[in-house]
Design a protein around this ligand. Structure first.
Ligand SMILES: CC(=O)SCCNC(=O)CCNC(=O)[C@H](O)C(C)(C)COP(=O)(O)OP(=O)(O)OC[C@H]1O[C@@H](n2cnc3c(N)ncnc32)[C@H](O)[C@@H]1OP(=O)(O)O
Ligand SMILES: CC(C)C(=O)C(=O)O
Length: 509
């Protein structure tokens, strides 16, 4: 069996998904879980893209110990300097330098000749190598590049010190046959190719990211790049959990394995889904809600007689466990802390107290407190960065009847500690609340996305709301959970507005 290295880019390419905007603590929480999952490399971000991303990458680099921490950089000195400054504290740092090699990207985007692109790539790989031993070079849009040119640039960047060569299918255009052939070509035409790791990076625009990645591996790739839940630019990247589980389940067929701890998959998927707001479709392979559910009679009959008739993956393999009721109204701090550990959280004492209070409040309103409920509370407390200045909700009211437009009344405390109150209407109750806030405050808001999902089961499940919006032209997202849909909607909106203050404070520091 050949071990294929897993390069997770959830925190970089995954965060490029429209509407996804993670704060530093959220990125750190995901990084810690990726490390528990056992990824060989995690790409923590693109430090030159913003101060916030630089800070998050640095925090991750200073915290993670077992996985390599990579930072992305364009092929220029400023990006490479920023990447190195962010990751130089890591136990295993990697600078990831990329430049496009396809005719259309070189001519129309970079406005460079192929010869200029080779010079830039070689010079920037050498420059990065002068700072860091581990250098990955990506030939962006490799799958639409001319093979002899690709082989030339790859050979030259290996000479300049690259340790990993990544050949992305940037636009998800390739087919398994073509993608596999590209790797074979490199193997046959590039001197010293066996001294580096060859890597796949596949996008899912035509739904072929998984099979293309496997074709790469079958033709010599030793690293696979992708994300958990397959999130990423446009249609996303290959879902790493699908890759790892495919190799496990079909080890009779594929001579490959990964270092992933498979029973951490579900927990990782949940954390990423909750923090990014990208809800996993019920029918998603491996981690979808229905992946282990059997609805029809003939299937149920078969499963009862022998689960393997219809179940090729056991839920336990990927860490799916049934949520049993364990904590309730009469539980104390010890049981709460014990459960917290089981769920994979380690909060400091102050945060434990906040989470415990929230749990107790919930037990007053909710008969059954499930693992899902606790997970939401703990994650909210763990990843909450309180803005030093912020809007706070005093109270709100919505009047609704089926004959007229809903009317909302909202009272807020402003960052200057003034209390303001207003009323507004909308086509629905949530819109009425949002319109009222927009009228009340000075910030200019454009809501771009709103997602509502339920956490837990039954009538008393929690409502979880994610919003994406721009506040004074700055893209932000917000998140909140509550038992009431309107309260969750309102708090997510206010949470997003307050995040702008967090970003502003971080930029000033
Ligand atoms: C395939 C991928 O996923 S690549 C990663 C994509 N991710 C992102 O772009 C997210 C983060 N990006 C950002 O925050 C911004 O785009 C920044 C900060 C990186 C750059 O912002 P700006 O300086 O305003 O430039 P802008 O994004 O408009 O244009 C990109 C510039 O980089 C150049 N460029 C693009 N790729 C590369 C590269 N690999 N190496 C060198 N230069 C490059 C473009 O040609 C363009 O240059 P020009 O200004 O001379 O025309
Ligand atoms: C920067 C590279 C690796 C990339 O994300 C792509 O080509 O899709």
């Amino acid at each position: 069996m050949t071990t294929i290295k897993i390069f997770d880019t959830t925190l970089r390419d995954g965060e490029q998904s429209p509407g996804v905007n993670l704060n530093q603590l959220e990125k750190l929480e995901i990084a810690k879980q990726l490390e528990r999952l056992g990824v060989d490399v995690m790409e923590a971000g693109f430090p030159a893209s913003s101060q916030g991303d630089f800070d998050a990458v640095k925090k991750i680099a200073d915290t993670v110990t077992t996985s390599t921490v990579a930072a992305l950089a364009r092929a220029n000195k400023q990006d490479i300097d920023r990447a190195w400054d962010a990751i130089k504290g890591a136990k295993k740092p990697r600078i990831h330098v990329f430049i496009a090699t396809s005719p259309i990207h070189m001519k129309d985007k970079l406005k460079k000749t192929p010869e200029e692109v080779i010079d830039i790539a070689v010079n920037m790989v050498s420059y990065a190598k002068s700072k860091c031993d581990d250098i990955e070079f990506s030939a962006e849009d490799a799958s639409r590049s001319e093979l002899p040119f690709l082989a030339t640039i790859v050979e030259k960047v290996i000479d300049a010190g690259a340790t990993v060569i990544n050949l992305p299918d940037t636009v998800g255009y390739t087919t398994p046959k073509e993608y596999g052939a590209m790797f074979k070509y490199m193997k046959n035409h590039v001197k010293n190719i066996d001294q580096v790791d060859l890597s796949t990076h596949c996008h899912d625009d035509l739904g072929m990211a998984l099979i293309n990645s496997i074709a790469g591996v079958e033709n010599g790739a030793t690293q696979v790049e992708g994300t958990i839940n397959g999130i990423g630019e446009r249609a996303g990247n290959v879902a790493l959990e699908e890759m790892a589980v495919t190799f496990e389940i079909r080890k009779d067929f594929y001579p490959f394995k990964t270092n992933l701890t498979l029973n951490e998959i579900k927990r990782t998927s949940d954390i990423i889904s909750k923090l990014t707001g990208m809800v996993v479709p019920g029918n998603k392979a491996v981690v979808g809600r229905n992946a282990f559910a059997h609805e029809s009679g003939i299937h149920q009959d078969g499963v009862l007689k022998n689960a393997q008739t219809y179940e090729i993956i056991t839920p336990e393999l990927v860490g799916v466990t049934s949520n049993s009721l364990v904590l309730g109204k009469h539980s104390g701090r010890h049981a709460f802390k014990d459960k917290m550990k089981q769920l994979g959280f380690s909060l400091d004492e102050d945060k434990v107290s906040v989470a415990f209070d929230q749990f107790k409040q919930l037990t007053d309103r909710k008969k059954e407190v499930t693992d899902d409920d606790l997970f939401v509370i703990l994650m909210d407390v763990q990843t909450d960065i309180k803005a030093r200045v912020q809007y706070q909700l005093n109270n709100f009211k919505v009047e609704y009847n089926s004959a007229t437009s809903p009317t909302a009344t909202v009272s807020l405390v402003t960052p200057n500690h003034d209390t303001i109150e207003g009323q507004g209407t909308g086509n629905g109750s949530v819109e009425a609340l949002y319109n009222t806030i927009e009228e009340l405050i000075e910030e200019q808001i454009q809501l771009t996305d709103f997602t509502l999902s339920s956490v837990g089961k039954g009538k008393d499940a929690l409502a979880e709301v994610h919003v994406s919006m721009t506040v004074n032209d700055q893209p932000v997202s917000g998140r909140a959970t509550a038992q009431d849909v309107l309260e969750a909607s309102l708090n997510a909106f206010i949470n997003a507005i307050n995040r702008v203050f967090i970003i502003q404070v971080a930029e000033k520091e």
